[in-house]
Design a protein. Structure first.
Length: 175
């Protein structure tokens, strides 16, 4: 009887956790969230981890009813660890805004537009330096313009790499 009460309490706790994580269930993260020792799934969605824990809860009830104490203890310990990990994930969710998979398509589009503007301005600055370099008469002025041109080329390369990353992230979100 005591075992049934504990299982019911665990099921109730899991149901509350599933409800708490329901807004995040379909979210895709960039990588698997949990230790592979704790969960077998390597998914990037919380719903898959919840499903694995739900299956372990079902197995725990079955094994407990069969009376296998060793198996019951092992599954119960694993399930408690999984529930704890999922609770930590729910508690730390607001802190994960840095994860680009957490950003919506509109935020990514805004960032993409901003970087495209950066790229346009960098190209204009680069063309300006090249024109100035063509007209520069003094060696020190030419050297200064070459240094500026090299720095602008590096900034432009980094900007274009960031644009590629943003386009890839936007493709992932839209798909």
């Amino acid at each position: 009887m005591k075992q049934d009460a504990l299982l019911s309490q665990l099921e109730h706790q899991f149901a509350e956790l599933a409800h708490q994580l329901s807004p995040l269930a379909a979210h895709r993260s960039l990588s698997a969230r949990f230790d592979k020792q704790l969960f077998l799934t390597k998914s990037t969605q919380i719903r898959d981890y919840l499903g694995e824990a739900q299956e372990n809860l079902r197995r725990l009830r079955t094994v407990a009813q069969e009376g296998d104490a060793v198996q019951t203890a092992w599954i119960a310990e694993r399930l408690v660890g999984q529930i704890s990990a999922l609770q930590r994930e729910a508690a730390t969710w607001p802190l994960r805004q840095y994860d680009s998979a957490h950003r919506g398509a509109s935020a990514l589009r805004n960032n993409l537009l901003k970087h495209q503007d950066y790229e346009r301005r960098l190209v204009e600055m680069l063309l300006s330096r090249e024109a100035q370099l063509a007209n520069a008469a003094m060696l020190t002025e030419q050297q200064q313009l070459l240094r500026e041109k090299t720095a602008l080329e590096g900034r432009l390369a980094r900007c274009r790499a960031a644009l590629e990353r943003l386009e890839d992230a936007l493709d992932r979100v839209i798909r």
